[in-house]
Design a protein. Sequence first.
Length: 253
Amino acid sequence: MAGYLANLALPRIGEITRCVALGRKEKVPVDQLIGTVVVERAIDFLSLLAIMIILIIIKGNEISGYLKESIFVPLQQKVFAMFGFTWIIWAIIVLASALLIFLLIRYRKKLRTIRFIDKIFTVIKGVINGMRTITSLERKWEFIILTAFIWINYALMTWIMVFSIESTSHITPGDGIFLLVIGGIAMSAPVQSGLGAYHYFISRAIAFIGGVHIEDGLIYAFLTHESQMLFVIIIGAISFFMIFRKNHEEKIS
């Protein structure tokens, strides 16, 4: 919860905050904990992808229509308006990045003689070791069951909120799962806690599947997002207080 609160300040800074707090408590290297976060986000992505594939099989026409109308066409228009046809610049960026990666791998032994570069390689190694924890889980079935349980609760949380507005109360559980997927995509945007992106995507998704005005979709988006944010602020602040108090007590003792 402290990590979620930190995400309100800067996108994804909460992941680092959580790792630092847990590292101090459990005496585990932070770089290895970052590796477990990478695994966690990969599992989240795969779970969201699996749900999306099921939805495409069941409601392919609705999903393709929404994506085309609300995401792909507006995004294409904005990209062309901002960058025009400067595909050459993007090609140069990709080639330069590939060349940089090649040079880092090719001359990694020489580069590791530089203390700062060596520290970076050490962190990367720790992250990789943390990612390998997924292959050595002692309770794999518990991990799978809890992951499924989390996503079931996400789906229920998303769907139950439709009953807070009369105009959206007819939305079915299947449409609620559709909103879950769209909301998951929106929350992955590089902004604080999906601010703006969530409201844009969800309001249009509600209007598309529910046949309601986009204003009602915005009301649903604000109720869902801001109620979560209020909860994060309250519980996150309490969590930060508990972390700092524990660290202070440990220093005194």
